[in-house]
Design a binder for this molecule. Structure first.
Ligand SMILES: [Zn+2]
Length: 283
């Protein structure tokens, strides 16, 4: 008998099957959060990068240092990309990080790198917006659920040309940092961590939504660099992302990236090796 398009007689029972987590984190290397946080004592600020509204900047963070993305002047969302300094094809892997840590990141989560490398690039060691939790709409901050605003989707949906989407901002910044043509640099731009952005999915259709970020000047998200990194942050043209993006309409603010070098690395810490899978992929 062929299954029809209608619901089967046992539809309710099928829907009632309890979900299981795709990955449990107990087999991942443990994160010694207290050890990381203790390494802040006596640290020195070694670099500061200001990101102007609707622009992006790159910054370098040596393995064993910390960096903070800081809200200044007003509510603003930042789109973060990370690359391994010695090989930009190793970059942040939003999808796998989402599968491991969930749709929104906070203290204790790690940002994993793309295949075949799959190692922690950065560990989140501080989040002043951790208090937000999950709101009545299912919204939470710092998502890896969305991608980055980009001029191709904008063209598709509106027909217009807009050159200050986060994708373009990140492409220009990386092109400058690596000395590449922008069309080549953009091939290294990848799905982001939406720093300070408040997002979720609707209960009925699972559609991606955003709402005004609760971020206030002085808030920050803090990371420990597990490997030598090039980072880039775009101050999204959506501003606090409470109304729209991909236009010059929303009010936007600058952002700051601070890099700190600890007096000594966290006790027992060493940079993680690339993934050990042999890459035979079968016979
Ligand atoms: Zn954006």
């Amino acid at each position: 008998m062929q299954a029809g398009t209608g619901a089967p007689a046992d539809a309710a029972a099928r829907r009632a099957v309890k979900p299981v987590l795709v990955y449990t984190l107990d087999r991942l290397p443990a994160v010694d959060l207290a050890g990381y946080q203790a390494a802040r004592a006596g640290w020195t600020k070694v670099a500061e990068t200001r990101i102007e509204p609707r622009e992006a900047e790159t910054f370098d963070v040596p393995a064993g240092c910390f960096f903070r993305i800081v809200s200044i002047e007003g509510p603003q969302v930042g789109d973060l990309n990370l690359w391994a300094k010695d090989d930009p094809t190793e970059h942040f892997y939003s999808g796998k990080t989402r599968a491991l840590h969930g749709t929104h990141l906070t203290t204790g989560a790690r940002m994993w790198s793309s295949l075949p490398h799959l190692r922690p690039m950065a560990t989140i060691t501080g989040d002043t917006l951790a208090w937000y939790g999950r709101d009545e709409f299912g919204g939470a901050v710092h998502d890896i659920l969305g991608t980055r605003c980009d001029p191709y989707t904008h063209k598709l949906l509106s027909g217009g040309e807009y050159h200050h989407c986060c994708h373009s901002n990140l492409s220009r910044a990386l092109a400058k940092r690596l000395g590449l043509p922008v069309t080549q640099a953009e091939m290294h731009v990848h799905d982001v961590l939406n720093v300070f952005m408040c997002t979720g999915t609707t209960r009925d259709k699972g559609q991606f939504f955003m709402k005004a970020s609760p971020v206030r000047p002085g808030d920050h998200l803090e990371f420990f660099a597990e490997i030598d990194l090039i980072g880039a942050v775009s101050a999204c043209p959506g501003g606090d992302c409470g109304t729209e993006h991909s236009s010059d309409a929303p009010r936007c603010h600058p952002m700051l990236v601070e890099v700190y070098r600890p007096a000594a690395p966290p006790a027992g810490w060493s940079p993680p090796a690339r993934n050990a899978y042999g890459r035979a992929h079968g016979p």
